[in-house]
Design a protein around this ligand. Structure first.
Ligand code: GLP
Length: 240
């Protein structure tokens, strides 16, 4: 595992964009895209490189990490919408080449199985971006998640619903249920890039990279992966 500590968020986003760019310039990349606020600056930087430095995503595919159950796909806070507006709209990726769990599917369990199989059938994710929740979750794999789990439904903890309430008009509007790639699914990506910003993530980050491998800190599963880059600012690194 490589840990890169940068001075500030802008430098973190440039470093993460460098990793994505390197793989995209090799052609036909499968990108694993994360939501939450942390990767948004990286998406803006990749958009800038697309416009100003001819970085093309035309031959790329992308898979989302997770999705809220029950939010209409066009709801501004559905992760499908967030990726469409914050990432896809900035670059030249084919919108049909972006897949995510359908949170409105009639049969959610079947949709989770379809999605997990689609990721495998793509040949697998080349570069998987990951944020981290303050409780150590990745995707929406809350503490207690099986370390070999596949894409499935999870119930959000109160803490995560409170953390994510800032994206909604009120905490009550945050869905209780989500679909998320499992930890086993995430581990199949060829390169994991975990990004964290700010002191609020320091404790979870330290537990993930220096603590024991444990379901109580789902992000600690990255210790099992042979190719991980952790990119953080000084604040997120402060408990290392
Ligand atoms: C959500 C997402 C995660 C993300 C986390 C942290 O729970 N499902 O993928 O890592 O939020 O979000 P933020 O980057 O806004 O702190």
């Amino acid at each position: 595992m490589e840990i890169v500590i940068r001075d500030d968020a802008a430098a973190v986003h440039r470093t993460v964009a460098d990793i994505v760019e390197r793989r995209v310039r090799q052609g036909a990349a499968v990108l694993g895209v994360a939501t939450g606020s942390t990767p948004l600056g990286t998406y803006r930087e990749l958009g800038r490189r697309h416009r100003e430095e001819a970085l093309s995503f035309a031959s790329c595919r992308a898979f989302l990490l997770d999705e809220y159950v029950g939010l209409p796909g066009n709801h501004p806070q559905s992760y499908r919408s967030v990726i469409a507006t914050e990432f896809a709209a900035e670059i030249d990726i084919d919108p049909d080449a972006i897949d995510g769990p359908n949170g409105e599917a009639a049969d959610i369990a079947a949709e989770c199985a379809r999605y997990d199989a689609a990721i495998t059938a793509s040949g697998g994710v080349d570069v998987q971006l990951l944020g981290i929740g303050s409780d150590g979750h990745i995707g929406f794999n809350e503490p207690g998640s099986s370390l070999v789990s596949r894409t499935r439904v999870k119930t959000l903890t109160r803490r995560t619903r409170e953390d994510n309430a800032r994206f909604f008009d009120s905490a009550d509007e945050v869905p209780h249920h989500v679909m998320t790639q499992g930890l086993g699914t995430i581990l199949e990506a060829r390169h994991l890039v975990l990004v964290a910003l700010g002191e609020g993530k320091a404790e979870a980050l330290a537990a993930s990279v220096e603590g024991p491998l444990a379901a109580s800190c789902p992000a600690s599963v990255i210790q099992m992966h042979p190719h991980v880059t952790v990119v953080v600012d000084e604040g997120a690194a402060s408990a290392l």
